[in-house]
Design a binder for this molecule. Structure first.
Ligand SMILES: NC(=O)c1ccc[n+]([C@@H]2O[C@H](COP(=O)([O-])OP(=O)(O)OC[C@H]3O[C@@H](n4cnc5c(N)ncnc54)[C@H](OP(=O)(O)O)[C@@H]3O)[C@@H](O)[C@H]2O)c1
Length: 326
């Protein structure tokens, strides 16, 4: 285990942590994990009504990534900041606003996203070039992650695998016995683990600046994934990769640029086989302080929630509402 990642005895900073993307898949998990650790949290949101369900103690900074000055204001008095790049054609410009504002404020920046990892600039440039050839639409994402990596913010770049929770776009298909998303074999990870790893790094400045892969315990194929869903749902689920169905599901669930990014990504991940290295698993475990959640565990929890939602509501006896009982 890397000494820089060994379990910390954390003293919580008195200043808040700024979380961008707090209404999204990863940002919401970062907020949850920070609150669970008792940290002060400030969310950066453009629609404050979307965070009405957060506790009142969570500070709300209203702004937009389009407006650098609103980020500068939001960073005032913070200990560290979390950034995830939205699916937006202006994402490089947004990232530049956020990164340069963090540099100006002198706070640590923790980023989660796609990154060509490597020890030095040349190694990362070569990886970025190869990755960019395979996934041209990811070139802006790769460039902005490198901007974070080389920023003057003592940055940490977290590089999660494909989120387990992406499968929720095909909940109805899974309940009907089909898994239509194309998956060759790739590292996948639970968004809750990404949130917890980010919270750890945001609070523990002794974690060295650099890039850290975040993975689940194993690399998963479409067949593996369908087998976990079969076991979790207690009924057969077949792996039936289908690009047209995949396109429809992402259009229906997300639409816009996010749907397009997902559709292009899955066209590639359907064809590739990528294993998990021992170093990646060790880094993830060290950051979390425990092994990452398995896909089977996630699928069991999701299936139980979906099946409970399908149960008919039991007839109401009225006993506990009778005047005598009140
Ligand atoms: N899906 C995967 O499996 C996977 C795996 C690895 C990496 N990634 C990367 O993760 C990133 C996406 O993260 P995510 O899934 O957490 O995204 P997400 O769920 O789509 O959330 C995006 C967040 O950004 C906010 N946002 C968008 N535009 C904004 C603006 N102009 N100003 C302020 N906030 C704005 C959104 O707020 P609103 O609620 O106001 O819209 C939302 O909170 C992508 O870069 C993707 O490449 C994804």
């Amino acid at each position: 285990m890397s000494p820089s990642l060994s379990a910390p005895a954390l003293v919580l900073p008195g200043r808040p942590i700024l979380v961008a993307g707090a209404t999204g898949a990863i940002g919401s998990q970062v907020v949850r994990a920070l609150l669970a650790r008792g940290a002060r949290v400030r969310v950066f949101v453009r629609s404050p009504e979307k965070v009405d369900d957060l506790p009142p103690a969570v500070e709300r900074a209203v702004g937009t990534l389009e407006d650098r000055e609103s980020i500068v204001q939001a960073l005032k008095g913070t200990h560290a900041a979390f950034y995830v790049s939205p699916h937006d054609e202006r994402e490089e410009e947004f990232a530049e606003h956020f990164v340069s504002a963090c540099e100006g404020a002198g706070v640590r920046l923790v980023f989660s996203g796609v990154h060509a990892n490597g020890k030095n600039r040349l190694g990362r440039f070569i990886q970025r070039t190869i990755f960019g050839l395979l996934m041209p639409h990811y070139r802006p994402k790769l460039r902005l992650a490198e901007r974070v990596r080389t920023s003057d913010t003592n940055p940490v770049v977290l590089i999660p695998g494909n989120y387990f929770q992406m499968d929720e776009v095909c909940r109805e298909e899974l309940l009907a016995g089909r898994y239509p998303l194309p998956l060759g074999q790739i590292p996948r990870v639970d968004t809750r683990d990404v949130g917890e790893a980010a919270a750890r790094v945001l609070l523990d400045t002794s974690v060295k600046s650099g890039g850290y892969a975040l993975v689940g315990p194993e690399s998963l194929s479409g067949e593996d994934t369908a087998a976990s869903w079969s076991a979790a749902l207690g009924q057969p689920v077949q792996y039936t990769p289908n690009l047209a169905e995949m396109d429809r599901l992402f259009d229906q669930t997300y639409g816009g640029r996010k749907a397009l990014d997902c559709q292009k990504s899955y066209r590639l991940v359907g064809k590739i086989r990528v294993s998990i290295s021992a170093v990646e698993l060790r880094q993830t475990t060290s950051l979390l302080g425990c092994p990452p959640r398995s896909f089977a565990e996630y699928a069991r929890e999701a299936a139980a929630t979906w099946q409970a939602a399908q149960q008919p509501i039991p007839p109401h006896t009225g006993a506990h509402l009778s005047p005598a009982a009140s």
